[in-house]
Design a protein around this ligand. Structure first.
Ligand code: ATP
Length: 259
């Protein structure tokens, strides 16, 4: 089976600090993969390398076999990799529907369309209408349709997180990277988020990689888990293997996290 994503010896340095150190890993189609590790382990840096925010100093990142190492973020988004961020990055003064439509516009990679949509040519108006329909359909699928005209900033925290994921889905990704989606959520919101992630994975035929400090989420929904510490991959396996791995337990000693 060919991997959706393959990382070969991926390395990123910041001055003297090796934030990601010869990381090797793969994600198969349809997998839900966890990426865990103590603070500063290099998890977000790995997401930044996959999405083109940084180019690796060494190593390769392959997406469906194509070497995407060092490609620009907009190119990588167009190949089919979307992400959410640790800190919510919505346009809070725009409506829920507008937030989703902004992402749809990002799919239009060409300046001509951008220009046409500003001067409102007939084909641009038609396209805008189609996008609105698509946006409303997407909001229906994620259960936000009743809030389509609410300001994003007025939504409760849990729904803002959901909208962030919906916005990532609007770019029609094959691989979705979620960076601490449960951060700041209460237990009820976290429970709903877990079901939501499982549901969208099936409904949108996604492959998902998730960074999360909440072990209930990781152990509850992930099929396979990568564990990083000080930039290095220290363990890989199913939830049961990770929970009983002595190196993982040692890496987490002194942390509040209970495996
Ligand atoms: N742009 C940067 N410049 C310098 N150092 C950086 C930069 N980005 C990250 N680092 C450092 O690289 C290391 C890995 O950071 P990273 O954010 O990837 O960790 P993390 O595992 O995501 O941590 P957390 O769980 O706290 O989000 C840390 O020591 C961090 O301070």
């Amino acid at each position: 089976m060919s991997s959706v994503l393959k990382m070969e010896n991926v390395t990123k340095r910041f001055g003297g600090l090796v934030a990601v150190d010869h990381f090797n890993g793969y994600i198969n189609p349809g997998e839900l993969i966890g990426l865990i590790g103590p603070n500063g382990a290099g998890k977000t840096t790995l997401f930044n390398l996959i999405t083109g925010v940084y180019a690796p100093d060494k190593g390769k990142i392959l997406f469906f076999g194509k070497d995407i190492s060092g490609h620009k973020p907009h190119q990588i988004a167009a190949y089919g990799i979307a992400r959410t961020f640790q800190n919510i990055r919505l346009f809070s003064d725009m409506t829920v529907l507008e937030n989703v439509m902004v992402s749809q516009h990002l799919r239009l990679k060409n300046w001509m369309w951008f220009f046409k949509s500003i001067i409102k040519t007939p084909d641009a108006i038609k396209m805008e209408r189609q996008m609105k329909e698509e946006g409303i359909n997407l909001l229906k699928k994620v259960g936000l349709q009743n809030l389509s005209s609410s300001k994003a900033g007025s939504l409760p925290y849990g729904l803002q997180r959901k909208l962030e994921i919906a916005r990532a889905l609007a770019t029609k990704p094959k691989l979705l990277l979620l960076d601490e989606p449960a951060a700041g959520m209460n237990p009820q919101e976290t429970y709903e988020l877990m079901n939501f992630i499982k549901r969208i994975k099936e409904e949108f035929s996604l492959t998902i990689m998730i960074i999360e400090h909440d072990m209930k989420v990781i152990m509850g929904i992930c099929e396979r888990i990568y564990v990083m510490d000080y930039g290095k991959l220290i363990a890989e396996g199913c939830p049961e293997e990770i929970q009983s791995n002595p190196q993982v337990i040692k890496a987490y000693l002194g942390e509040e996290v209970l495996l």
